[in-house]
Design a protein around this ligand. Structure first.
Ligand code: G2I
Length: 456
């Protein structure tokens, strides 16, 4: 039987895993047009495939070779954290972070920023601060770092790991939390003001199982933020898995339920301890879960080779210590090539209305997800390419009784009446059938936006 990417998709996981167990050479040959790298394979459905990068490894030719070949999104593993970027209060240090950002951008890769505010990895001067002095120092940090990298970051982990483990579903105690429960939303507003075009994410671990109290706690926060217009665009699921913390059977449900709140979801620090076919199967399960959720925009693994991992002894990554592809690499690539439904229909919450127009060949369509409350609204516009890729796009919207007060991921002309939006550099290219999003917030009513897209 000749295997095409479609027929591979239909083979039960067990069969794929059995093949993977025997060795990489026996894995079903990819279809003639299948992509041969993780980044290219993810791009087929408009997604990315990224990795964490350490600045001090960029000179390692094996490491840099795999990085440049396989990945199209980069996260600094440690170099953008608070202790690295503001070692002394008011003195910012971007050398190592810049090496990663510049290397990525020179290679045409995008960057996830990690992380603006976190209870951990605080510089010494911040660790013992409290009250308004700490609140102001945190806000200044968010503003300075997001401003410095303005325009260069696809998505920021604005706040990292702010919820407690265990059964309560509440916030983690920390010096930042003790400045007041609103510290997270204030950080998000500061980040939006500093870099209006970056997607702003909340990022955490142990939030993969829908039944866990921590997952529910984060969900309620995101739901609350969306209902009050706090600028949040995405939720990151770190997804550090091992036998004590396995991939939950409801993982896809979790991703979908968060996406249904009107945010993108991203797998931000994936690693799965193990080896051979068991590990390969688990990577495939995670990849398929992302592909099945239209707002799951990409996957990042937390390092390149096993030896690069913070959990090196658990061999949790896609390349072995010598840089060879593991069975988990092949199963992940196969899953990406088999594809998944990037569903251009916007999923909406009860307070949301959706309109869309069908793409015609070579053109594009736009749909709106509107979150309206008494005095204002947040609109997310999804631009979907027709049967040809887009190299640039324009969307017009109508605002009869509202005014735009802020926007992201598009340039704008006008703020009421007919408002015209065009792509920014990083979202000009949309693959055939793929999609990208921009958004805006406004005062008044966002009813009747009626977005119309043209390729430009
Ligand atoms: O702990 C795994 C990840 C959990 N989510 C947030 C991520 O930011 C976190 O990454 C890890 C890095 O992979 C480690 O590399 O964060 C750790 C610190 O929180 C990083 O470890 C640090 C060590 O603590 C330092 O002693 C060391 O100097 O790595 C530094 C550079 O190797």
């Amino acid at each position: 039987m000749k295997l095409t990417s479609k027929s591979v998709a239909l083979i039960p996981i067990i069969a794929t895993v059995a093949t993977a167990a025997i060795g990489a050479t026996l894995i079903a040959p990819p279809a003639a047009n299948a992509a041969t790298t993780l980044g290219a394979a993810a791009q087929q459905s408009g997604r990315y495939f990224g990795t964490a990068v350490a600045a001090n490894k960029l000179g390692d030719s094996t490491y840099a070779g795999i990085l440049n070949r396989e990945f199209d999104m980069v996260t600094a593993e440690n170099e953008m954290k608070m202790d690295a970027t503001e070692p002394n209060q008011g003195q910012f240090s971007y050398g190592n972070a810049d090496r990663i950002v510049n290397q990525a951008r020179n290679q045409g890769k995008r960057v996830r920023g990690h992380a603006l505010a976190w209870h951990s990895q605080q510089p010494g001067w911040m660790q013992n601060m409290s009250g308004s002095a700490l609140r102001n120092a945190m806000l200044n940090h968010v503003t300075q770092v997001a401003t410095y990298y303005r325009g260069k970051i696809y998505a920021w982990d604005v706040v990292n790991e702010a919820f407690a483990d265990g059964s309560g579903g509440g916030r983690r105690d920390s010096n930042l939390q003790r400045t007041g429960n609103d510290w997270i939303e204030v950080a998000f507003r500061a980040a939006r003001a500093a870099d209006p075009n970056a997607k702003l994410c909340y990022n955490d671990y142990n939030t993969d199982d829908w039944s866990h109290a921590k997952t529910q706690g984060v969900y309620r926060m995101v739901q609350d933020f969306k209902s009050r217009g706090v600028p949040i665009d995405c939720v990151g699921f770190q997804s550090h898995f091992n036998n004590n913390s396995p991939v939950p059977s409801n993982y896809q449900t979790t991703l979908q339920n968060f996406a249904n709140l009107g945010v993108d979801v991203q797998i931000t620090e994936l690693d799965i301890e193990g080896s051979g076919s068991t590990q390969a199967q688990r990577y495939q399960t995670v990849t398929r879960a992302c592909l099945a959720v239209s707002r799951c925009t990409g996957i990042t693994v937390w390092g390149i080779r096993d030896s690069d991992s913070w959990r090196a002894s658990g061999t949790p990554l896609l390349f072995d210590n010598s840089g060879n592809k593991k069975a988990a690499y092949n199963s992940t690539l196969d899953a990406l090539n088999a594809g998944g439904g990037t569903d251009p229909t916007t999923t909406t919450t009860t307070t949301t209305t959706t309109t869309s127009n069908d793409p015609v060949p070579g053109a594009c369509s736009a749909s709106v997800s509107l979150n309206q409350w008494n005095e204002g609204f947040v609109a997310t516009i999804k631009v979907t390419a027709g049967s040809s890729a887009l190299r640039g796009w324009k969307v017009t919207t109508t605002l009869s009784n509202g005014t735009v007060t802020g926007s992201w991921s598009a340039t704008r002309s006008g703020n009421s009446g007919t408002v015209t939006w065009s792509n920014v550099d990083y979202n000009a290219n949309v693959p055939a059938g793929g999609s990208t999003e921009f958004g805006f917030q406004g005062s008044g009513s966002g009813a009747g936006l009626n977005p119309a897209c043209t390729a430009s």
